[in-house]
Structure formats: structure tokens, C-alpha cells
Design a protein around this ligand. Structure first.
Ligand code: CMP
Length: 141
């Protein structure tokens, strides 16, 4: 069964012009790109998206970074989407990411780590809804 995950190309990767390379890796990985947009997240939007991390010591840094420039949220579909996309991007900390993964190739640090990926099917649904309406996810809209 196909399921979905949310990729975000983060501000560090956007500002370094890595959008094309990262989208190519997503395509080559067999994911269907359902939609794509470039957005500047407001503080409120970023705080809502990362609410589960609000008690963490890095929360302020995370929000400042995610609002520092445009990012590119991309809902993806594939069998086993969440797990397969997490394999494609590699560990959260690029220093620990496997060779050939998106973060190994394009991330510079734990906080500026180039891309986001949902960690469960349940969170993927919520995260996609944060950026895309039901209408936007229909083929003919
Ligand atoms: P992401 O997959 O977007 O989910 C939460 C983000 O918080 C994570 O990627 C990292 O960019 C960031 N993060 C996690 N741990 C730390 C940390 N110790 N210091 C700074 N940022 C972190």
C-alpha cells in the first residue's frame, strides 16, 4: 500500500541552491512528488510545526533557522514512504549519516541539516496538512 511522508528542503539547502539535486535524489528513489511549494515560514507556523520539540533546548535555534529563509515542503507518496525516505536522507546529524544520503551530501550540521522527514505515518498526515489543503492534494486542482 502506498503511503505518504513530508519532505522539507530546509533554508540552508535552499540558499545553497541544492533544490535540484535533492529533488533528483527523491525522484531517483522512486517517490511520487504530489505537490511542491516554496514558502517562508512565519514564527507561528514554525512553532506549530515543531510543537513536539517545544521543551527541547534547541527549540529557539530550530525556529530561528526554519524562519531564516524560504523552504520547500514536498508531500511524497511511495510504498513504505516514511521509512524509505528516512533511509534516503540519512541520520539527523550529518556527521553520522551514511555515505550517499542527502544529509551526508548536502547538510552542514545537526541544526542546519538540509532536509526534514516525517518520523511516522501519523505525523506525516499532520505535517502534510500543515502546508497543503485537501484540495491541493487532489490531482485535478
Ligand atoms: P528535523 O528532522 O527537521 O526535526 C527536528 C529538528 O531539530 C531536526 O531535524 C534537527 O534539525 C533539529 N535538531 C535536533 N537535535 C538538535 C540539536 N541537538 N541541536 C540543534 N538542532 C537539533
Amino acid at each position: 500500500m502506498n503511503n505518504r511522508t513530508l519532505a522539507i528542503i530546509k533554508p540552508d539547502a535552499v540558499s545553497k541552491n541544492y533544490i535540484g539535486q535533492i529533488v533528483k535524489m527523491i525522484n531517483d528513489g522512486g517517490f511520487k512528488i504530489l505537490r511542491m511549494k516554496m514558502v517562508c515560514m512565519s514564527k507561528k507556523s514554525a512553532e506549530g510545526f515543531y510543537e513536539i520539540h517545544k521543551e527541547r533546548p534547541f527549540f529557539v535555534e530550530l525556529i530561528e533557522f526554519m524562519t531564516s529563509g524560504p523552504c520547500v515542503p514536498i508531500p511524497l507518496e511511495k510504498e513504505n514512504a516514511v521509512e524509505d525516505y528516512r533511509k534516503l536522507i540519512g541520520a539527523t546529524n550529518p556527521a553520522e549519516a551514511e555515505e550517499g544520503t542527502i544529509r551526508k551530501l548536502y547538510a552542514e550540521s545537526l541544526s542546519k541539516n538540509a532536509v526534514h522527514g516525517s518520523d511516522s505515518d501519523e505525523n506525516a498526515v499532520k505535517e502534510i496538512a500543515h502546508f497543503f489543503s485537501r484540495d491541493e492534494l487532489l490531482n485535478n486542482k
